[in-house]
Design a protein around this ligand. Structure first.
Ligand code: AHG
Ligand code: MN
Ligand code: MN
Length: 342
């Protein structure tokens, strides 16, 4: 197949973006390259998932005599290893680790950024060959350069993110990332091992026709959420409903589809999970940043996700995210409820 030289690779694109900032050091481009490398390695492991019966289950010893690890743990180790060896990241926070990890070596102590990630999103879909993903979030440190990073570097509001992105291991493998300049998507060309710019300057459609929510939890949601979901199923003059329900169970895949086609994704509080299920720092903030840069909106039902002040690494939140008009429709129900209560 002839190479189309008009298509930029991820590295070419990030270097080109960097040139727009004469004072840029290239550290962010380096960090994105590290993330992309870790994702290529995870992609290989994901593609082997169906062979688990041959190679052995988690905790067992495989035919090579090695202990078999869970894919979430493998993904976490890949990310942590690549970022530790890179020169751009001073420390990490991960869904798979109880506490933040500060790298604390001479090179890392001088790195400008910290990174938070959900190494494997949609774990329950691994065994059934459904799309899964990785989500990441990048902050500039607030602590002094030259010293080890601190907890304060990680507990910043989402609106301080300098970059955020995800990788989706689906019918193809895609890396989508956002900076304040825009959202761009790259598809992995397995034949050359490079990500190619396939979705330039992604914009989330203003209106959509899809809503994603776990319907099984319907009776445990708050009243305004129930009313909005019910409205999604009805024909109304304003919305042109009924909308189509789509729920993959891997948020990264649901949000990716809605980002491209238009739609809303909701993970409300439930009576059993009054603080919500999804994690603010490495699931909701990065996706909220991407969707907002693309023209959409994300809230916890009261305020912007990106304005929530984090207090803990594994903090949970309710999450509503998607096309602007659908989010405004939902807010109409939420606001009405708050007026009744006040
Ligand atoms: P993870 O695999 O990282 O634990 O995240 C799973 C999350 C999210 O991706 C998904 O949208 C949600 O959990 C699904 O939860 P329910 O099965 O409760 O709907
Ligand atoms: Mn997740
Ligand atoms: Mn996960």
């Amino acid at each position: 197949m002839a190479t189309n030289r008009n298509i930029l690779t991820l590295d070419e694109f990030t270097i080109q973006e960097m040139r727009a900032f004469p004072r840029a050091t290239g550290e962010l481009a380096g960090l994105l390259r590290d993330v992309a490398l870790a994702a290529k390695r995870i992609n290989l492991e994901v593609n082997k998932a169906g062979l688990v019966d041959i190679f052995g289950d988690e905790g067992t010893i495989n035919v090579q005599g090695e202990e078999v690890k869970k894919l979430d743990v493998i993904a976490n180790d890949q990310f942590m290893g690549v970022l530790r060896h890179g020169i751009s990241c001073a420390g990490i926070g991960s869904e798979e680790l109880d506490d933040i990890v500060i790298f604390d070596d001479p090179v890392s102590n001088n790195a400008k950024y910290v990174c938070l990630f959900d190494p494997l999103d949609g774990s329950s879909n691994i065994d059934v060959n459904v799309s899964i993903g990785t989500i990441f979030s990048v902050y500039k440190r607030v602590s002094e350069l030259g010293k080890p990073a601190t907890e304060a570097d990680f507990l910043q509001q989402g609106n301080k993110q300098v970059a955020a992105g995800y990788i989706i291991y689906g019918s193809s493998t895609m890396l989508v990332y956002a900076t304040k300049r825009g959202v761009n998507g790259f598809t992995l060309d397995q034949s050359i091992g490079e990500y190619l710019l396939s979705h330039a300057n992604i914009k989330c459609p203003e209106a959509g026709k899809m809503y994603s929510v776990n319907h099984g939890n319907f009776f445990t949601y708050e009243q305004p959420v129930k009313e909005y979901i019910t409205a999604c199923q009805k024909k109304t003059k304003d919305t042109g409903g009924p909308y189509t329900q789509r729920y993959i169970g891997s948020m990264v895949a649901d949000v990716h589809r809605n980002l491209i086609k238009g739609g809303i994704f909701m993970y409300p509080t439930t009576t059993e999970k009054p603080k919500g299920k999804l994690r603010l720092l490495y699931e909701c903030n990065p996706l909220a940043f991407i969707v907002e840069i693309a023209g959409g909106k994300a809230t916890n039902g009261v305020i912007r996700i990106l304005d929530v002040q984090p207090t803990a690494l594994h903090q949970r939140t309710a999450m509503y995210i998607g096309s602007l008009k659908m989010m405004e429709e939902l807010e109409g129900y939420m606001d009405a409820d708050q007026k009744i209560l006040s």
